[in-house]
Design a binder for this molecule. Structure first.
Ligand SMILES: Cc1cc2nc3c(=O)[nH]c(=O)nc-3n(C[C@H](O)[C@H](O)[C@H](O)COP(=O)(O)OP(=O)(O)OC[C@H]3O[C@@H](n4cnc5c(N)ncnc54)[C@H](O)[C@@H]3O)c2cc1C
Length: 320
């Protein structure tokens, strides 16, 4: 069994697969988005928060404890021939009977000088992850779409001080969204942002090209996501209209023996959901492998070895 992607979804699946005694290899290129979050506050079991990098480290240790193997590599192509997946990595090639794709996504940051230094500290992508931690602060939403407007409206639950800026782009929000901006009196700063003023990782102000400065504490952006679905596409898996891999409720894709879990599916991109999907995918893989072993009598062959070599009847007197 091969899992491509050793982020939150892939590690969770690996723990389940290892504990189900499946021969499991996780291939990971090491760029999980979880590393961007120094204090995850919404993951079950960590009342004081947990560093995303630590969550990955603990997950890997847990999977290794259950005999899962790891390879640091990036899979560049994959093909399926006679029920075997052939994965070509940058370092070496791998083969698997079943494949789980958990390669995640990439949130595209805005191209504003100074913003990258603040990623995950005062520049965020997800109001569900980070809205709570910016309560009462000054917030700028950077974006020009309906989604950006909805972000700005949604942020009102956390702070009264919210602005929106399309950063010089043409406003793409529709009339209804423009009406909501007026109704809720959210200021729109249309000008292009020259740079973000920050001290260390803390944003202090947006400096616009017209010379004005607006003091803010946090930026949220909705510039868009790149879904890492290339491998699934090479195998012919169907995507939905948003470019995410279509799955059933057990994480099976439209291609037989190919599964997908985590942010590259239509799930809401949260760590705990990615972990849950990884576990659900592993459960489905286990079930499918079990049914296959009954159908092709592999379990019978396994049993014959037990009957020949091991004690298979518990001690004690049989009752008549
Ligand atoms: C700044 C920031 C803050 C966030 N904060 C939170 C938060 O507070 N709470 C929360 O719930 N969520 C948060 N998230 C979202 C969270 O990080 C994701 O929900 C989670 O990491 C998704 O897990 P995943 O397994 O789908 O993808 P990832 O964890 O991103 O893992 C994907 C893995 O696949 C690997 N990979 C990709 N392609 C290949 C390939 N071809 N070959 C081999 N390996 C490959 C990558 O290197 C990576 O390790 C945050 C995200 C960001 C960007």
């Amino acid at each position: 069994m091969v899992v491509v992607g050793g982020g939150i979804a892939g590690l969770s699946a690996a723990i389940y697969l290892g504990r189900a005694q499946r021969d499991t290899l996780v291939i990971d290129s090491g760029h999980s988005m979880a590393k961007w979050e120094p204090k995850v506050e919404n993951y079950l079991g960590f009342p004081k928060g947990v560093d995303g990098a630590d969550l990955l480290k603990f997950g890997r240790e847990q999977a290794e404890h259950h005999h899962v193997e790891f390879a640091e590599d990036e899979i560049v192509s994959v093909k399926n021939d006679k029920n075997v997946f052939f994965c070509q990595g940058k370092d070496r090639d791998y083969r698997a009977q079943r494949l789980l794709i958990a390669t995640g996504i990439f949130h595209v940051p805005p191209e504003i000088p100074g913003v990258r230094e603040c990623l995950g500290h005062s520049m965020f992508f997800c109001k569900d992850c980070d809205g709570y931690r910016v309560r009462g602060k000054r917030i700028a939403v950077v974006g020009a779409s309906n989604e950006a407007v909805e972000y700005a409206l949604g942020m009102l639950y956390y702070s009264p001080c919210v602005i929106i800026t399309p950063n010089g782009e043409r406003q793409r929000w529709d009339k209804q969204h423009a009406k909501w901006l007026r109704e809720y009196e959210i200021p729109v700063h249309q000008e292009k942002i020259r740079d973000v003023k920050h001290r260390g990782k803390r944003i202090q102000a947006l400096a616009f090209e017209n010379g004005s400065d607006v003091k803010i504490d946090y930026i949220f952006t909705t510039r868009g996501d790149v879904f890492h679905t290339g491998l699934a596409e090479q195998l012919g898996a169907e995507l939905d209209r948003d470019g995410q891999i279509k799955i059933d409720q057990c994480m099976r894709t439209s291609v037989e023996r190919l599964y997908a879990a985590g942010c590259l599916t239509p799930a809401n991109c949260q760590m705990i959901i990615a972990a849950g999907q990884g576990a659900a995918a592993a459960q489905a893989i286990n079930r499918d492998l079990f049914e296959e072993s009954l159908a092709n009598h592999e379990l019978r062959r396994f049993r014959e070895v037990q009957l020949g070599e091991e004690k298979t009847v518990p001690e004690g007197k049989a009752t008549k």
